[in-house]
Design a protein around this ligand. Sequence first.
Ligand code: PMP
Length: 356
Amino acid sequence: MEGWKKNLREIEPYTPGEQPDKAGMIKLNTNENPYPPAPGVLKAIKEFSPDKLRLYPNAESLPIVEALAEFYGRKKEEIFVGVGSDDVLAVAYMALFNSDKPILFPDITYSFYDVWAELFRVPFRQIPLDENFRIRKEDYFIENGGVLLANPNAPTSVNESLENIEDIIKHNPDSVVIIDEAYVDFGGNTALPLIDKYDNLLIVQTFSKARSMAGMRVGYAIGNPELIRAMNDIKYSFNSYTMNLPALTFAVEAVKDRAYFTENINKIMETRSKTMEELKSLAFTFPDSKTNFLFITHEKCPAKDLFAALKNENIFVRYFNKPRIDNYLRVTIGTDEEMKTFVTFVKKYLTDNNYI
Ligand code: PMP
C-alpha cells in the first residue's frame, strides 16, 4: 500500500441495529423501551433554558453521579457516568484491561466486546457457552487479564445466578471482573450487593432500557473508588466533557422517580409473560428471559425467512448471522398492542407456510 493509506486504521466495526424511521412500523430490534421516560424528564425538557447551553457542563457529571449515589445508597466516588454504557465499557477497557494475558468473555454475548478488544489492542479469548447458552463458571477460573460478562446476557436473555457470578469474581482476585447489567432491571439479579466484598468488581448499567432514555445516551459504572478513579483518569485524558448539559439535567429526573421506574418495568415483564405464552403455543422455544427481549427459535421455520417476512410487514426484529445463533431471532418486548400485532402476523406466517 502506498503513501498515507498505510497509516489508516483498518478495523471491523460493531454493527448497530437498524434505526428505520417508517410510519406505522413496529420496532422490536434494538431493545428500546416502548414507553416514554418519567414525567419529570418531560417537564425538565420543557423547562430547559437554551441560554444554559452557552456554558460547559459539569465535567464530573455531578448531578447524575449524586442522583445515582442516592438511588443505590453508594458514595459518589464509587460512580462513573458516560455517554451510554457503550462509552462506559470502552473507558473501562482502556482503564482496567491492561494485562498481557487475554481477557475472557463468552462466545455468544454483546458483539461489541470483541470490537473494543481489537480497537484497544487488548488480547481476548471467547469462551463457548454450553448448549443451553449457560456459562460454565469453571471456564473462568483460569489465568486472565480480566473478565467481562453481560448478566443477563445478550442476545440470549439468560440470567446467571449470583452464586455463579460471585464464584467467578472470587476466583479472579488478580483481575477486574466487569458485569454488564444493561438488562438487569427486568428481573435479573444484580451483583451490587457484592461491591463491598470485592474491590475487583465493576458493575455497568444504563438509562437506555428500563429508564426509556436510549436516545439521551447515559450509562454508568459502580465499583471500588480505585477503579472509578482509574476510569476518570482515562476520561480526562480523552474528553473531559463527555456528558452534555441536557443529558445531565434530564437523566437526574429519571433517577428520582422510583415509582415510574418500577411501573415501567412491571408493564414490560407482564407483556413478556403473555408473549412467551403465545410464542410457546406456536412451537417456538427460547431461554427463560430476564430481559426486555426474547431469543426465539422454531424447529421448522428458518429464522432468517421469518426475519425477512416481518421486515416486509414493517415489523423489525434482530437477526444475527453468526455461528450457533443463526436460527434465532431477538425480539424486543414492545407494548401489549405491538406484541399482539407481532404474534398475529407470526401465527399467520407459520400457518400459511405449513410450519404449524
Ligand atoms: N451492554 C449490552 C449487553 C447491550 O445490549 C447494550 C445495548 N446495545 C449496551 C451494553 C449498550 O447500551 P447503551 O450504550 O445504550 O447504554
